[in-house]
Unconditional design. Structure first.
Length: 608
C-alpha cells in the first residue's frame, strides 16, 4: 500500500512540475502585435479588458487565435507563443498538455514543432512555418499574418495614437462597440459591449444580447406584476404590496387585427438601462439566458420577470411548480416556448425570432449586428420599425399604418417623454436618493395627474391622483407585514412569507384592497408556495391537491353554516403541456382536445 501511495504522489508531483514548466515557458502576443506578455490577463489588462476564450477557438479557430479581450477596443485576438514540450511530444492546443507525437495530431490550427524550434516565434498556419517575432517594421507599419510589414491603418477622426500605437479617444471619452468615441459612462456604470449603452456595472455575466444576467438586472423571479397571482397584491396605481415596488405600464401602438403591439413597463427595482431607458423595458424584449447552474436556462417574459427551467431528457425542461409555460429544445438549435397555446421560437443566441398567437398572423423579428431589435412584422404585412440613437436608446417606433411614437431621455438615460400624435406625456424622477424612482406623470394636457413617494429604503409608500384624490398609503412593518390605508381611511394588514423566491400572502387582516384576495382570510401553503388550505371570513374552507408539476389536481370547498355546501373539482392534465385534458366538477365532465402545439381544437361538456 505504501509503495502504491508513493507512486501516486510521485506521479502527481511530476504532473505539477510538467504543468508549471510549460506554463512559464510560453508568452502571449496580440495578433499582428509586437510586445509579448506573461499571461492573457496581463495582455488584456494593458488594453483595459479581460481574457475571453470562445469555445470554437483555443488554438484552432479564427486566425489560429486563443481568445480575445472582452471590453477592449484592441483586436482582433491574441496568440500564444513560446510553448515547449519534451522531445517526441507536442502541445495539444485544446487541453494545453504535452502529448506524444505518434501518431502526429491532424487537428487544424497552430502547430508547434516537437523540438521547440518555434519557441521564439509563432507558427503560421498558412505557410506552415515558424514566423519570428521582431520589431523590424518601419514606423507607421505593422506585421500581417504572413509576417510582412504593411501600412498601419490611420486612426478614425477625433482619435489619436498613444505611445503603444493604439488609437485612443480624447480625454473624457471611450470607445463603444462600433469603435466610435463616446462620453465616458458615469461612475458605477460601464459601456455594454453588445448594445453600446452605458449601464450599471453588471455583477454577473452578460448574455448574448448584451443584457446583464438578470439575477441583478431584472425583477426578482416570481414577482410577476401581471395579476395571475391572487390579485397581483397591488394598490396605489399600482404599487406591489409585498415588495414596495412601483410598477407602471403603457401601450404606445396597437395594430388592428394583428398581434403586433408596442408596450412598455417600468419597475422601480430595475437598475439596468434597456433600449427604452433606466428601469423601463418593452414587451418584445423576451429572451432566453443560459445559466451556469446545472445547465439551467432562464426565460424572460414581456414584463421582465424571469422563469428558471431545469433540463430533463429528450429536449424537455422542467418548469417551476404551477407554471403554465412549456419550454422545448429544438433539434436544429434554439428553443420553442408554448404558453396558453401561443408559440414562441428563440434562436441559439436566445433571441425571440418568431411569435405565433392564436387567431393572428405569425410575427417575425429582425435584429441588427449588435443585437438591437429593428423590425417586427407579420405575414399580413403589418410591421413596426425601431430606430435608435448613437447611445443605443430607442428614439422612434413607426408602424406600417403610419403611426409614429418618439421617445426622449435625459443625461441619466431616464425616459422623460413620449410623443404620439403630437401629444406628449412626461415622466418625472424627483427623488434625489433614488434617481431612477418614477415620482409622477404629466399627461397630454400638461396636467400632472399622479404622484408617488418613496421611503429611505427606496420602497414606494404612497400614490395619489391630482389634488390628493384616490390616495393610498403603504407602511412596511416588521415580521413581513404591510399595512395599506385606502382613500377612505380603511386599514388592511397583509402577512407574507417567502416560498422558493416567491413572496406570497398567508393572512389578511381587515378589508381587502381593490381587487385583492378575500379579507380576513388565512392561507396555508406547501414548500412551493402553493395554497393547500384556505379559510375565509364566512367560515368557508377550500383544500387543494397538486401533482408533481405543481398543477392543481383536486379542489374541495365546504361550508357548514348557515347551510352545508360541498363542492369537488378534479383535473387531469396533459403529459407535456400545462393544459387540462379533463375537468370533473359536481357531476359535470368537460374534456379538451388540442393540436401538437397545445392549441385547443375541441371542448365538450356533459353530465355524468
Amino acid at each position: 500500500m505504501k509503495v502504491k501511495f508513493y507512486m501516486m504522489l510521485f506521479i502527481a508531483l511530476l504532473s505539477y512540475i510538467s504543468f508549471n514548466t510549460y506554463a512559464k515557458d510560453y508568452k502571449w502576443i496580440w495578433y499582428n502585435g509586437v510586445d509579448t506578455f506573461d499571461s492573457p490577463a496581463e495582455l488584456c489588462a494593458e488594453s483595459g479588458g479581460t481574457p475571453s476564450y470562445p469555445l470554437n477557438w483555443g488554438g484552432a479557430g479564427w486566425y489560429g487565435c486563443w481568445g480575445n479581450c472582452h471590453g477592449s477596443s484592441r483586436g482582433p485576438c491574441f496568440i500564444r507563443t513560446g510553448d515547449q514540450c519534451p522531445t517526441n511530444t507536442q502541445m495539444n492546443e485544446t487541453t494545453g498538455a504535452c502529448e506524444k507525437t505518434d501518431p502526429p495530431p491532424t487537428d487544424p490550427g497552430i502547430k508547434f514543432t516537437p523540438n521547440g524550434d518555434c519557441k521564439s516565434g509563432v507558427w503560421n498556419t498558412q505557410t506552415k512555418s515558424c514566423v519570428p517575432i521582431s520589431t523590424g517594421c518601419p514606423d507607421g507599419q505593422i506585421k500581417n499574418s504572413q509576417g510582412k510589414c504593411v501600412p498601419e491603418p490611420e486612426c478614425p477622426e477625433g482619435q489619436s495614437k498613444n505611445d503603444k500605437g493604439q488609437c485612443v479617444c480624447p480625454e473624457g471619452e471611450a470607445k463603444g462597440i462600433d469603435g466610435i468615441c463616446k462620453p465616458e459612462c458615469p461612475t458605477g456604470n460601464s459601456r455594454n459591449a453588445i448594445t453600446g449603452q452605458c449601464e450599471p456595472d453588471c455583477k454577473s455575466q452578460r448574455d448574448t444580447t448584451g443584457q446583464c444576467n438578470a439575477e441583478t438586472g431584472a425583477p426578482p423571479e416570481g414577482t410577476d406584476p401581471n395579476p395571475n397571482n391572487n390579485c397581483g397584491s397591488s394598490a396605489a396605481n399600482p404599487i406591489l404590496i409585498a415588495t414596495g415596488q412601483k410598477v407602471e405600464r403603457a401601450t404606445d401602438i396597437v395594430i388592428d387585427n394583428s398581434a403586433i403591439t408596442f408596450k412598455r413597463n417600468y419597475w422601480s427595482s430595475r437598475v439596468e438601462i434597456s433600449n427604452v431607458g433606466l428601469g423601463w423595458q418593452h414587451n418584445w424584449r423576451m429572451h432566453i439566458l443560459p445559466l451556469s447552474e446545472k445547465n439551467k436556462v432562464k426565460l424572460y417574459r414581456n414584463d421582465g420577470s424571469g422563469i428558471t427551467f431545469t433540463p430533463l431528457e429528450n429536449g424537455q425542461w422542467l418548469a417551476p411548480a404551477g407554471s403554465n409555460i412549456t419550454l422545448i429544445s429544438l433539434a436544429e438549435g434554439g428553443w420553442k416556448v408554448i404558453e396558453n397555446g401561443n408559440v414562441e421560437r428563440y434562436n441559439t443566441k436566445g433571441q425571440l425570432i418568431h411569435y405565433n398567437r392564436q387567431g393572428f398572423s405569425p410575427i417575425t423579428f429582425v435584429y441588427n449586428s449588435i443585437g438591437q431589435l429593428t423590425s417586427v412584422s407579420d405575414t399580413a404585412k403589418n410591421s413596426l420599425t425601431l430606430t435608435y440613437n448613437d447611445k443605443g436608446l430607442l428614439t422612434q417606433v413607426t408602424s406600417s399604418q403610419g403611426l409614429s411614437v418618439s421617445y426622449s431621455y435625459d443625461a441619466k438615460y431616464r425616459l422623460i417623454s413620449v410623443t404620439k400624435n403630437k401629444k406628449t406625456i412626461k415622466y418625472h424622477y424627483e427623488n434625489t436618493t433614488y434617481p431612477n424612482a418614477l415620482t409622477g406623470i404629466t399627461d397630454e394636457r400638461g396636467v400632472r395627474y399622479v404622484t408617488w413617494t418613496y421611503n429611505d429604503q427606496g420602497l414606494a409608500i404612497s400614490g395619489e391622483n391630482a389634488g390628493g384624490a384616490n390616495k393610498y398609503q403603504l407602511e412596511f412593518l416588521s415580521n413581513d407585514r404591510t399595512r395599506v390605508i385606502n382613500p377612505l381611511g380603511g386599514s388592511t394588514v397583509y402577512h407574507f412569507k417567502n416560498y422558493l423566491l416567491k413572496r406570497e400572502i398567508v393572512k389578511v387582516e381587515g378589508e381587502a384592497v381593490g381587487s385583492c384576495i378575500a379579507s380576513q382570510a388565512t392561507y396555508n401553503r406547501n414548500y412551493q408556495g402553493l395554497i393547500t388550505n384556505q379559510e375565509d371570513k364566512n367560515g368557508g374552507t377550500t383544500t387543494y391537491e397538486y401533482n408533481d408539476r405543481g398543477l392543481e389536481t383536486k379542489r374541495v370547498f365546504y361550508i357548514k353554516s348557515p347551510s352545508y355546501i360541498y363542492s369537488t373539482t378534479t383535473t387531469t392534465w396533459h403529459d407535456l403541456f400545462p393544459i387540462p385534458l379533463e375537468i370533473n366538477k359536481d357531476g359535470w365532465r368537460t374534456t379538451f382536445k388540442y393540436d401538437d402545439n397545445g392549441r385547443l381544437i375541441n371542448q365538450t361538456t356533459y353530465s355524468q
